[in-house]
Design a protein around this ligand. Structure first.
Ligand code: F0G
Length: 457
């Protein structure tokens, strides 16, 4: 088989700025050892997120010029509306400025004290929006999904047996929604099988609970189903995506991921009543129902992005990029979450730096070293993001301690990947020098964005 190549030519380029290790040492210290506080201009390869960082196509940029900026009923909205409906088949499509705006609206309408939302894994903003409404977010990961070193085809799946016992115990009337995240971002960008979606649907039907997708990376998930699930080999990614959505009552979506847009999202559902309440709230917080916090040109970019994201050549290249990075790291004994997921490689910080206890944030220490060594910006997904400190000083650690290197869509070439591999291997070879860290300042919610750190003595 020949090399899988980028299925595009590059028409516009954006220079990246080189810094010296001495400069990076000063910059990192100034940022309180939190890469979220580093200026992007001081980053060489930015793997902080795959969200909003995609390179748009010439067709998308052409769409930007076609944007109809009418306040109500713009042509661009109807293009967006039909692009979403073609894939999801959902009746009410509500544009929002990004995924978390959809979450805020949905959980404000359905949430509140005494309610429980169930998911394979809630993403951090999703969990925060559930909790902000007064409700609780409960995750049902499968056992295999909790072990970075174990390989399985669909590690993003929900433990549907655990879901059903929870429903029986808690009472269906207290569970307004089950939300399946595809792919499972916090669980390692791992896919969810069609069978698991069907199983969850069945349970939701049995207890009369609405079932939604957090669809941010629906196209990557569809491609994994094509590659790994029996019976889907000859189906197109669009057909698979349509089937995934056919099992749900609604979805939240960040168009900053699998719609190649720099901003945007939507909330979609079949229920007219809930949609009416969501649209009311949309008008208060986002904007009128046909633009929802976006410009007409953004709606154009999303509509076109939703077509391009399901191109099979693109998806093959996309998944191969991540797999290539993972493969080279594994060949050099670097511990990663296996198998590689759809949008990112996750370093397994517990095996990478076993001499640093979880309460001293081994992932954050690796993140800092990747920046110092090679100007690469990654993101800790472990005790900084999900750990909790009890009033008695006990530290509750999450199941996994990961460092996420998220790959922006259509942005980096193979030599960028080879450079990333060199830097990560260098950091791994010098792993004994990694030091534990402590938090010196933190916010009460989503502390990872703004916390400041220092090394422990
Ligand atoms: N759900 C999932 C699974 C996500 O990964 C994200 C965002 C959101 C919801 C929220 O969407 O950013 O448009 O408000 N994830 C980004 C990330 C930020 O880096 O993984 P948003």
């Amino acid at each position: 088989m020949k090399t899988i190549i980028e299925p595009f030519k590059i028409k516009a380029v954006e220079p990246i700025r080189f810094t010296t290790k001495e400069e990076r040492t000063t910059l990192l210290k100034k940022a309180g050892y939190n890469p979220f506080s580093i200026h992007a201009d001081d980053v060489l390869i930015d793997l902080l997120t795959d969200s909003g960082t995609s390179a748009m196509s010439s067709e998308q940029w052409a769409g930007i010029m076609l944007g109809d900026e009418s306040y109500a009923g713009s042509k661009s909205f109807y293009k967006f509306d039909s692009a979403v409906k073609k894939i999801t088949g959902l009746k009410n499509v509500i544009p929002t400025h990004q995924g978390r705006a959809s979450e805020k609206i949905l959980f404000t309408v359905l949430g509140g004290k005494g309610k429980y939302f169930c998911s394979n894994t809630h993403f951090d903003t999703t969990r925060a929006n559930v909790e902000y409404s007064g409700a609780e977010a409960v995750d049902f990961m499968t056992e295999v999904g909790k072990h970075p070193e174990m390989k399985a085809d669909f590690k993003g799946n929900m433990d549907t047996e655990a879901l059903e016992s929870f429903i029986k115990k808690t009472g269906a009337e207290n569970i307004p929604l089950v939300l399946m995240t595809v792919t499972n971002n916090s669980g390692g960008g791992q896919p969810v099988s069609m069978q698991n979606i069907k199983d969850a649907r069945k349970i939701c039907d049995k207890y009369g609970i609405p079932f939604f997708l957090d669809a941010c990376r629906f196209a990557e998930n569809a491609y994994f189903i094509k590659r790994r699930e029996k019976g889907y080999e000859n189906k197109s990614p669009l057909e698979i995506a349509q089937e995934m959505f056919s099992y749900v009552d609604g979805c939240t979506m960040s168009a900053k991921k699998d719609a190649f847009a720099n901003i945007g999202g939507f909330l979609a559902m079949n229920d007219d009543n809930i949609a009416m309440l969501c649209r009311n709230l949309l008008i208060v917080t986002e904007g009128f129902t046909t633009y929802g916090g976006l410009a007409g040109r953004d709606l154009e970019a999303i509509a076109q992005g939703l077509v391009e994201i399901l191109d099979e050549h693109y998806l093959e290249y996309r998944i191969r990029c991540v797999e290539y990075l993972g493969e080279k790291l594994v060949n050099n004994n670097v511990p990663i979450l296996e198998p590689p997921g759809g949008h990112a490689i996750y370093l397994d910080a517990i095996r990478f730096a076993p001499h640093i206890p979880q309460y001293q944030f081994p992932g954050q220490s690796i993140v800092c070293e990747l920046y110092l060594e090679g100007g690469i910006r990654a993101c800790e997904i472990g005790s900084v993001m999900f750990g909790k400190d009890l009033p008695d000083g006990t530290h509750i650690s999450p199941a996994m301690e990961l460092v996420r290197m998220a790959i922006p869509r259509r942005v980096y070439t193979q030599s960028h990947f080879d450079y990333m591999i060199e830097v990560i291997i260098d950091v791994y070879n010098q792993r004994k020098n990694l030091r534990g860290m402590k938090i010196t300042e933190e916010a009460p919610m989503l502390r990872h964005f703004t916390a400041k750190f220092d090394y422990v003595d």
